[in-house]
Ligand binder design. Structure first.
Ligand code: GLU
Length: 418
């Protein structure tokens, strides 16, 4: 499938095809929803601190906008390409529909290693990228947010650049902003908090007690770190975490507050914190545990390692962490999977709250945010579980089919233009 043909895009389409087949989705809609609505590739020239100009490639892909503005993060990572961004945009469409948010899906990215840039270089890159995708974005059109390699500061630069172009402040153009410019309480931790809420529902369903629950987390960025903290606060024992270099394991439970201070505040490497035994990411995925949370990149659980997983629940904090072949193996093993578009949807749900607050210029308390997040996630979890039981299908297929069905309904009601 031409320019989009990459492993991640193939995975997203294969999942979609499987769900579309099972729900006997209308052929015309199937052809349309397999492809993004709009894809933009931009060149982003950046003056580096030494005076040279480097040109990076950036993307913004909108998969669907039948249910409202498109929504989705911006990723800064060296492996970003059009196919990956298109796959992530498609997953955003199903994710927003599953949670009943009035959005379609989008994603953006720049192929770059953000840690290799100085802060002024990163700011210039972000501002120029924003100027290049400017025709596509806006609070009514397409609303970016943080993803791998971007954070609240990057969102602030996007908000400022957009606002400078139109001549007034537009907080609703991005979510995941700092509080001072219209960010929302609870947004930064939202994805991690959501992972914990749906995991607690899964534990309850499987009649497991959170106090006897051990958790292993791959990835210690925004999602992994908040998941670790909130899991521990909720009574679970987090026994291992990792980042790109590898992980640390302590079977009596890692001291997460201490780990966060040493790793995030003091900038120590996981290994140098000496809070657990060192192990590779491959070894970490195979640890015996109740809950495994992949919270890094896509396609980390594959045919090669799926049979070696020793968890009871797989809570997908990352987007697309499990390949189709691996998915089958995990199901055969009886692992309870909370699929990505459900497990990690806390982020975009609180993004929606942020956007609503920005548009209304009326801000909510932290407890309102947590309650409403838990409410949406708990009901999405139980709707998905019920669907999966009644249709005798996996949680992943149930989640995809519910999301796809809502988008299909919107298309059928609106009709085909012209
Ligand atoms: N990047 C996050 C995701 O993959 C959040 C997107 C958003 O908040 O719009 O779901």
């Amino acid at each position: 499938m031409h320019e989009l043909d990459t492993p991640t895009f193939r995975l997203a389409v294969a999942q979609f095809d499987q769900a579309a087949e099972a729900m006997e989705l209308d052929h015309n809609l199937r052809e349309r929803l397999k492809l993004p609505q709009r894809s933009l590739i931009v060149s982003v020239p950046v003056r580096m601190d030494d005076g040279r100009v480097e040109v990076y490639t950036g993307y913004r892909v909108q998969h669907d906008s039948s249910r409202g503005p498109s929504k989705g993060g911006i990723r800064y990572h060296p492996d970003v390409n059009l196919g990956e961004v298109a796959a992530l945009a498609m997953w955003m469409t199903w994710k927003c529909a599953l949670a009943d948010l009035p959005y379609g899906g989008a994603k953006g990215g720049v192929a770059i290693a953000p840690k290799q840039l100085s802060r002024p270089e990163l700011e210039r890159l972000t501002r120029r990228y924003t100027a290049e995708i400017f025709p596509l974005i806006g609070p009514e059109k397409d609303v970016p947010a943080p993803d791998v390699g971007t954070d609240a500061q990057v969102m602030a630069w996007i908000m400022d650049t957009y606002s400078q172009q139109v001549g007034y402040s537009v907080p609703g153009v991005v979510t995941g902003k700092p509080l001072s410019i219209g960010g929302s309480l609870g947004r930064e931790e939202a994805t991690g908090r959501g992972v914990v809420y749906v995991t607690m529902e899964a534990l309850r369903h499987l009649k497991l007690d959170i106090r006897n629950t051990t958790v292993v987390i791959q990835g210690f960025g925004n999602v992994g770190a908040h998941t670790a903290r909130i899991m521990q606060e909720s009574g679970a024992r987090v026994i291992a975490v990792s980042d790109v270099n590898g992980g640390i394991h302590n079977s009596s439970g890692l001291d997460i507050p201490e780990l966060l201070t040493r790793y995030k505040t003091r900038g120590q490497s996981l290994r140098d914190t000496k809070l657990g035994d060192w192990l590779s990411n491959d070894e970490l995925l195979q640890l015996d545990c109740t809950v495994l949370v992949p919270a890094a990149l896509s396609e980390v659980i594959t045919e090669r390692n799926a049979a070696k997983l020793r968890c009871r629940i797989l809570a997908e904090g990352a987007n697309g962490p499990t390949t189709l072949d691996a998915d089958r193996i995990l199901q055969d093993q009886g692992i309870f999977i909370i699929p990505d578009i459900l497990a990690n949807s806390g982020g975009v749900i609180v993004s929606y709250f942020e956007w609503v607050q920005d548009v209304q210029r009326f801000f909510w308390k932290a407890t309102d945010i947590q309650e409403r997040l838990q409410d949406i996630l708990t009901s999405a979890f139980h709707r998905t579980l019920q669907f999966s039981v009644s249709k005798k299908t996996s949680m992943r297929m149930a989640a995809l089919m519910s999301g796809i069905d809502k988008v299909a309904q919107a298309h059928l009601h609106r009709g085909l233009y012209p």
